[in-house]
Design a protein around this ligand. Structure first.
Ligand SMILES: Nc1nc2c(ncn2[C@@H]2O[C@H](COP(=O)(O)OP(=O)(O)OP(=O)(O)O)[C@@H](O)[C@H]2O)c(=O)[nH]1
Ligand SMILES: [Mg+2]
Length: 303
């Protein structure tokens, strides 16, 4: 056991950045060993920064999951991308994830150019190696290594955990000496109410399609601890049009029922207690232009 604050400890922030869908949240969960961030097959799942805190030997590593970086159009998109860059700029190290099967695409290029502009080096992780042929992987690694901005380069699968231990070991040795910034048993900075809203949003992303996931947001409105140890949670799913509300509800309320049942099961796993979940679907046409909603997400309205 190493005493926090003792001369031998190290501590620092590591921002996980990359194009949407490159696997940042999957990697965060894997690095921390617990599901903190939601993960879906759809791009732009993550909307805000989220800390995942882990201890590796004498080092406290504070991982920062960030929204994917892409060319933003909507106000919400701009705020998401700004949050990602703020995460990168505040961190001691940045770890750029590249989706290896997809290769070095336009989004990855944009990120690399901006890192270069700021004179920043980055750790590179070629992710999803479980889905790419070795020759293709080596060509991609060669191409990216010639950019001269990455050191070191890892090849990983956030999904299977392949190669992830090496990343941890590298970070444990390279973050700056200093006292730990968080209590030893703290895993994240996210309040439970926010994690609970994210778990429901994960189901919205998994079970609804086309524009609906992007037109929706979830807020926890009430949280009531019950004497029997269970918790009663009321959440609102905001959508932008009455037609969208009808789709979220589904015929005879079937779809909201499934969303609620799956979110509740996941909440019980995460919170490790019985959960009574009540979901309401409200139309708020301009939620994505609404200052209050941005504040709830911790996003900069004027980004
Ligand atoms: N096969 C494979 N799939 C992966 C791997 N890592 C992530 N995925 C999948 O890729 C998809 C996107 O993963 P996320 O972790 O949500 O990606 P993200 O970078 O956080 O995405 P955004 O939050 O939208 O920017 C999910 O379906 C994951 O299961 C991997 O190593 N191998
Ligand atoms: Mg994510």
């Amino acid at each position: 056991m190493v005493e926090a604050g003792a001369g031998r400890t190290r501590c620092g922030y590591v921002a996980l950045i990359g194009a949407p869908n490159s696997g940042k949240s999957t990697l965060l969960n894997r690095l921390v060993g617990r599901k903190l961030a939601i993960v879906t097959p759809k791009a732009q799942t993550t909307r805000t920064r989220l800390l995942g805190i882990a201890i590796e030997g004498a080092t406290q590593i504070i991982y920062v999951d960030t929204p994917g970086i892409f060319a933003p159009r909507r106000r919400l998109d701009r705020a998401m991308v700004a949050a990602a860059w703020a995460g990168a700029e505040d961190a001691d190290e940045t770890l750029l994830l590249v989706d290896a099967p997809r290769g070095f695409d336009e989004n990855a290029r944009r990120i690399l150019d901006r890192l270069a502009e700021r004179g920043r080096r980055s750790i590179l992780a070629l992710n999803k190696i479980d889905r790419v042929h070795r020759e293709k992987l080596l060509v991609l690694a060669g191409e990216l290594s010639r950019e001269g901005r990455f050191d070191p380069i890892f090849m990983i699968s956030a999904l299977t955990g392949d190669g992830v231990e090496e990343v941890k070991q590298h970070l444990a040795g390279s973050l700056p000496p200093g006292p730990w910034l968080f209590p030893e048993d703290q895993l994240s900075d996210a309040p439970e109410r926010l994690i609970a809203a994210e778990i429901t949003r994960e189901q919205v992303f998994l079970q609804l399609h086309e524009e609906l996931p992007y037109a929706s947001m979830v807020e926890t409105e009430r949280w009531q601890d019950r004497p029997d140890g269970s918790v009663r949670i009321e959440q609102v799913i905001y959508v932008q049009r009455p037609g969208q509300r009808a789709i979220v509800l589904g015929e005879g309320g079937q779809r909201i029922k499934v969303i609620g049942a799956r979110a509740r099961a996941e909440l019980e796993r995460t919170l490790d207690r019985r959960v009574h979940l009540f979901l309401f679907v409200k139309v708020r046409e301009h939620w994505a232009e609404d200052r209050e909603r941005f504040a709830a997400l911790g996003l900069d309205y004027n980004a």
